[in-house]
Design a protein around this ligand. Structure first.
Ligand SMILES: Cc1cc2nc3c(=O)[nH]c(=O)nc-3n(C[C@H](O)[C@H](O)[C@H](O)COP(=O)(O)O)c2cc1C
Length: 207
């Protein structure tokens, strides 16, 4: 089982989400693990050149010249890493009720037509079959994950968008585990509960 960890933990040593990251690293014990730190290897936005190259290659099937290929290289490298993994673990804090922009941009880099998804007779289908995804995040507040509405506490778009993106790419199993940091009295308990859930999921997936 090859595991890809994609992390965005700008709080570094004071990051609370890092406590969940440290837990998965310990659990995985460096067995077949590749890691991307989005702060170091940053995803890119489409500009006109890269978007035209993407349409040309991924929608029209027309080969690119070397300059055009270069414009998609960052996206292609991220996509290849996901393609090579059996398990993808995404770790970051919640920012403004959802995934931080850099994490969304990573999704925008890898969800490529013809590689991550394609269109068939009945509509789009995911191409990353046989893969599992685990998303981990912490937040200050506590939210309902039943649905997303404009009414508190149904404000957690992180869980929903993460499930949608991985489902769209065809991942077979998708789990999201979060910990609300709350206050000084609840932080350890909430993090420990998340760690127990992580152990359950990873033990099942790695067995
Ligand atoms: C820019 C920013 C936006 C945040 N937005 C939210 C939010 O919408 N909801 C929430 O509950 N917490 C929010 N928080 C709090 C963090 O999600 C929370 O403190 C988290 O545990 C931080 O993780 P970290 O220590 O790993 O960075 C935000 C924090 C920052 C810095």
């Amino acid at each position: 089982m090859k595991t890809l960890i994609v992390k965005y933990l700008p709080g570094k040593e004071i990051s609370k989400t890092k406590k969940l990251y440290d837990h998965i690293v310990k659990h995985l014990n460096n067995k077949n693990v590749t890691e991307i730190d989005l702060e170091i290897t940053q995803p890119t936005f489409f500009n006109n050149e890269s978007l035209m190259a993407y349409y040309q290659r991924n929608y029209q099937g027309i080969p690119l010249n070397s300059e055009q290929e270069k414009s998609l290289k960052v996206m292609d490298d991220f996509t290849e890493k996901v393609n090579n993994a059996d398990i993808v673990i995404l770790v970051s804090p919640m920012h403004n009720f959802g995934m931080p922009g850099i994490v969304k941009t990573w999704f925008d880099n890898i969800i490529q037509k013809g590689i991550a998804f394609d269109y068939g007779a009945t509509g789009p289908f995911g191409m990353f079959k046989g893969k599992k995804a685990l998303t981990l995040y912490t937040s200050a507040g506590s939210y309902s994950t039943e649905k997303v509405t404009a009414n508190y506490p149904e404000w957690d778009s992180y869980t929903f968008l993460s499930k949608i993106e991985f489902s769209f790419m065809g991942f077979d199993e998708i789990e999201v585990i979060s910990a609300s940091i709350g206050n000084a009295e609840t932080i350890d308990e909430n993090l420990n509960n998340a760690k127990l859930k992580i152990d359950q999921v990873l033990t099942k997936w790695l067995s």
